[in-house]
Design a protein around this ligand. Structure first.
Ligand SMILES: [Zn+2]
Length: 146
């Protein structure tokens, strides 16, 4: 079995980068639509992945009689379940992000209000902080140990 951890799609890469037209405003309707589509496709992919695994686990569950096989299998399953759990959380975050696009509240830093930027958003469509605020938040997290 390939490394299960690596299968979690923490980012979405299957898209064409957005080309800003001349004089186009940041987070124009076209741009918002671009990110909506990107998020929808990503969500779709994640949901198919979750479905596939659940199905695969149900099929496999009955096929192991040997206790040592079962132990290995249980380990694989619990790893798999953790991955699914992460994916489900990610799907929830994607939904929340789409919601913000609908409310025209997307692409600006929650902390300082600057443009997060299309390239950063394409790498991380669910980002709510600009790179500076994000870096700062991460440093604080490490310091407080949360
Ligand atoms: Zn910021």
């Amino acid at each position: 079995m390939p490394n299960i951890e690596e299968k979690a799609r923490e980012r979405f890469t299957n898209f064409t980068p957005y080309e800003m037209k001349k004089g186009e405003e940041y987070m124009s309707e076209d741009m918002l639509e671009h990110f909506r589509q990107l998020l929808l496709k990503w969500k779709q992919e994640l949901m198919e992945e979750v479905d596939r695994t659940m199905h695969h686990m149900q099929e496999d569950a009955a096929n192991y009689a040997d206790p040592s096989d079962r132990a290995t299998q249980e380990e694989e399953f619990s790893l798999e379940l953790r991955t699914r759990d992460r994916e489900r959380k990610l799907i929830k975050k994607i939904d929340q992000t789409i919601d913000r696009i609908d409310k025209d509240d997307y692409g600006f830093c929650d902390q300082c209000g600057v443009e997060i930027g299309t390239r950063r958003l394409e790498a991380r469509p669910t980002a709510t902080l600009c790179i500076d605020c994000k870096t700062l938040a991460e440093i604080r997290e490490r310091q407080t140990g949360i």
